[in-house]
Design a protein around this ligand. Structure first.
Ligand SMILES: [Zn+2]
Length: 245
């Protein structure tokens, strides 16, 4: 995406997918089909994913040909449970291993489980990360580059009731649908983003989409948000500091 396109897009769509599960390959295929950019945050030795289910280095390289690869620590440890220096080591080791695999600089990062402190933000900056994503949801703002918020998680959070009610403009039946179905919630947020301008950021996990049999919901959302004139489709690394409103 060129600098000019970036500046003139009032509405930006970005997506990001965490963890480095082998199903990321299927997810990448779907993004390709709909022309949606995405960043895959990979922890190469993620202890929460069985070794046979992790994306192989060859799989990571294949994704890297079409998508941005971002850091997600080496083993997906919860950063606040570590000393600051051990946390920085985890972040750096993951970055270096991915850079060795894909052969280019890895400049975006995602805090595992969205858990971080100001020390981790400072570490991310110091080691050359220029974007870092959180798991804050329900935002259309560009946000601070090292604490990027998101809009919708491809997962039905049962705590989204008040947000659903607000988006449904207080119509209870519409709100109930948004509350129960994250794909409906995503469509509503996207339409609001078209109206008001901003960054629509969809994120999730391929393994979670599989576990909840949500591939059709994901495809429905991608179809709805794809190919819109005037909309910028960007990787996380290309997100603007601030989108023109
Ligand atoms: Zn993760």
């Amino acid at each position: 995406m060129t600098e000019g396109t970036r500046v003139h897009s009032r509405v930006v769509v970005t997506t990001s997918w965490d963890d480095g599960h082998r199903l990321d390959d299927r997810l990448g295929g779907l993004l390709d089909r709909y022309g949606i950019a995405g960043t895959f945050y990979i922890a190469p030795h993620n202890v929460e994913i069985a070794a046979r289910d992790r994306l192989s280095p060859a799989g990571v390289r294949e994704l890297a040909e079409r998508f941005e690869i971002g850091g997600h620590t080496l083993t997906h440890r919860r950063l606040p449970m570590l000393t600051d220096s051990a946390a920085a080591d985890e972040m750096r080791a993951g970055k270096e291993e991915l850079e060795g695999t894909v052969g280019t600089a890895v400049t975006s990062f995602c805090y595992p489980r969205g858990e971080y402190t100001s020390a981790h933000v400072a570490s991310a900056r110091a080691m050359g990360f220029r974007r870092a994503r959180t798991v804050r949801r329900n935002s259309l703002a560009a946000g601070p580059p090292l604490e990027l918020p998101t809009t919708v998680h491809a997962y039905a959070h049962r705590v989204d009731g008040p947000v659903a009610l607000r988006l449904a403009r207080l119509r209870p039946w519409t709100a109930a649908g948004l509350y129960l179905r994250w794909d409906d919630l995503a469509l509503r947020w996207f339409d609001l983003c078209l109206e008001r301008g901003g960054v629509f950021h969809l994120w999730g996990h391929s393994w979670e989409v599989e576990a909840h049999r949500d591939w059709h919901r994901l495809e429905r959302v991608l179809a709805h948000i794809s190919g819109r004139p005037g909309v910028g489709y960007l990787s996380n690394r290309d997100l603007p500091g601030q989108v023109r409103r």
